[in-house]
Design a binder for this molecule. Structure first.
Ligand code: LR7
Ligand code: MN
Length: 580
């Protein structure tokens, strides 16, 4: 989720002061001052408190939105209730010097109680929603490398304090070969007091993806829940996730990811109706459901949202389904691209991804990673993405490589590894095409598929191509004429709506008009922009020798001829270019 604009993965923030529910926290023993705040102990009382009271023979109960801490909370503690924390003026230097330990305000994090309260940001109706009594249990898996002590512990306590114990099988901490001393014995000692927590130590740095696979392999829960190691789970976060998996094991569900400010550690609610999407070349972004869509489908703020791409870090998945899908491609390094891989895989092979507004988890978004990539960071991510593109994008991989990644196609310089197993997996699972995914799951990205559009101006004739019915001709250029508007797409099609220019199968010097199909080489054209040796030529891909699209001399016809760099009748210009 790190490519492109660093901020683009931060969901739009919502002004907390507008959130009237800020102080309305469901809590057992909140706000009683104590000296012990910030030092949570194991809480034996928790188990008895947490079993939902099951009414009669009902199969469902109201979602159990508990927030149980071992000690009463100090209302005056730094950052309590998710409020903005301030660095005192005499601590500014210290706070600054510690920033790089996590690339967020580590000094403040260390001041904030490990079990602080945060505002219940769920939509109102969530507390009245019901879930089944016999939900599956989950293993929560945190992978980390050199995570800051206080944020790692706060992540763990937020799960312990806000999850119904009978649904929390265990918490698995996968230490991806951290270098910090405190994450060794000191962490072992601390976690000994928390019977549900297990630590797995990786002897070699594996990266997030393979670390998750290690955690999943030993998990005992029926459902796997992956979380980043700097989060705070909000009240009632778990049951709404498990409910969806219970209803359909092929649903993979994400909480709403809220923002824990990296500078002041405040908990910030995000806007409603946001879904994860991708942008070319395989970047992650948030996209708000349009007003029309919300109205048309009568979408409620608490309704699960179909999500084309998950952010990557926070989700629950049925364990057996995870393995049925082939888990993650183990050939992916460190991190990056794995969120696309699993998202495409889920949608294209029969599953669904949802964001569950009644489940909310805060995450510290930061500008830089506090750990090193064993190899070059950029190269690692690009290599991962190329693997994903090769396995899942079909003809659309053109769009990935076309957006500045052509160098990855030079396989003698870039080794993306063996893909045989991944390709075989896709076949075995009988997955749909990437086109199906775009058409059915991710239609809003369609507009990005055009590379150039508008008039097709011919230099030699000084006229524009026009299409009337089934007849191609040339006319005086006029942008307002629909008949003169063509697209050149990333898939190398030249089209007007559903009709594409094609080399005629029988007579290859002629142009045919046929329904678009990007898998047909006869319909694919290279547009060589000015600057290339060919000038602005349009070259038919289907024919071995370079042949170009050419306007007939008198302008009455369009034909295909041997390319000639000096022939202006073979030179074309579009009105608008999105990329060259
Ligand atoms: O080598 C590593 N080994 C690890 O165990 C590198 C990282 N990690 C751990 C790390 O300690 C952390 O817990 O992996 C987790 C993710 O790393 P972050 O937090 O440094 O990165 P991030 O928050 O930018 O990562 C987001 O994008 C990644 C893309 O591949 C992963 O999918 C992360 O899980 C993902 N995080 C989220 O989705 C949270 C919301 C961010 C957004 C949008
Ligand atoms: Mn993170």
């Amino acid at each position: 989720a790190k490519q492109g604009n660093e901020d683009s993965h931060i969901a739009k923030k919502h002004d907390l002061t507008k959130n009237k529910k800020q102080d309305n926290i469901i809590s057992k023993r909140d706000f009683n001052a104590t000296k012990e705040a910030g030092e949570p102990k194991p809480n034996q009382a928790l188990d008895s408190l947490a079993k939902p009271v099951l009414a009669g023979r009902s199969r469902v109960h109201k979602v159990y939105a508990l927030d149980v801490t071992s000690a009463p909370r100090d209302p005056k503690a730094v950052g309590q209730n998710g409020k903005v924390a301030l660095v005192p003026s005499d601590k500014q230097a210290e706070s600054k010097s510690r920033w790089a330990e996590g690339h967020f305000n580590v000094f403040l994090s260390d001041q904030i109680p490990l079990d602080r309260a945060i505002p219940d940001t769920r939509p109102k109706t969530c507390s009245d929603s019901v879930v089944h009594n016999d939900l599956p249990s989950t293993s929560v898996i945190f992978c980390f490398v050199d995570e800051v002590w206080s944020t790692l512990l706060r992540s763990v306590h937020s799960v312990l304090n806000r999850s119904p114990p009978h649904l929390l099988e265990e918490i698995i901490l996968v230490d991806d070969c951290s270098t910090k001393a405190y994450l060794g014995k000191q962490l072992d000692e601390y976690m000994k007091k928390l019977p549900k927590v297990r630590i797995i130590r990786l002897k070699e740095r594996q990266g997030l993806i393979r670390a998750r696979l290690e955690g999943a392999a030993v998990a005992k829960g029926k459902v796997l829940t992956f979380l980043d190691s700097h989060v705070e789970c909000n009240v009632g976060w778990l049951e709404p996730l498990l409910e969806r998996v219970y209803l359909d094991r092929k649903k993979v569900v994400c909480p709403v990811i809220e923002v824990i400010s990296s500078t002041d550690m405040s908990y910030v609610m995000v806007d409603n109706f946001q879904r994860g999407v991708f942008t070319w070349p395989l970047g992650f972004a948030w996209n708000t459901l349009s007003e029309e869509q919300i109205k048309k489908d009568k979408v409620n703020v608490s309704d699960p949202l179909r999500c084309p791409v998950m952010a990557g870090g926070l989700f629950s998945i049925d364990k057996s389904y995870f393995y049925e899908l082939g888990a993650y491609d183990p050939g992916l390094d460190v991190w990056g691209g794995e969120n696309m891989e699993i998202s495409f895989k889920i949608w294209m092979c029969g599953g669904e991804i949802e964001i569950i507004p009644c489940s909310r988890v805060g995450h510290i978004f930061r500008g830089e990673n506090p750990y090193k990539f064993p190899k070059n960071r950029q190269k690692t991510i690009q290599r991962n993405q190329a693997r994903v593109a090769e396995v899942w994008l079909d003809e659309y991989k053109e769009l990935f490589y076309g957006h500045g990644f052509h160098h990855l196609l030079d396989r003698s310089a870039v080794d993306i590894g063996d893909l045989t197993e991944q390709v075989a997996l896709r076949q075995r699972l009988n997955c749909t095409s990437f086109k199906w995914y775009l058409d059915n799951v991710h239609p809003e990205i369609e507009s990005h598929l055009v590379k150039a559009e508008g008039l097709m101006f011919n230099r030699g004739l000084r006229k524009c191509l026009a299409l009337h019915g089934t007849v191609l001709s040339f006319a005086t250029c006029d942008l307002t004429e629909k008949s003169q508007n063509f697209n050149y797409t990333w898939l190398r099609l030249l089209n007007q709506q559903d009709v594409c220019l094609s080399v005629q199968e029988e007579e290859q010097s002629k142009v045919a008009l046929i329904p678009c199909d990007a898998t047909k080489p006869m319909q694919r054209w290279f547009y060589k922009a000015a600057g290339s040796s060919m000038g602005e030529h349009i070259i038919a891909e289907a024919i071995v020798q370079d042949v170009c699209l050419e306007a007939g001399l008198k302008g009455s016809s369009l034909r295909i001829n041997r390319c000639d760099a000096s022939n202006t009748h073979q030179m074309w210009q579009f009105t608008h270019y999105y990329a060259k």
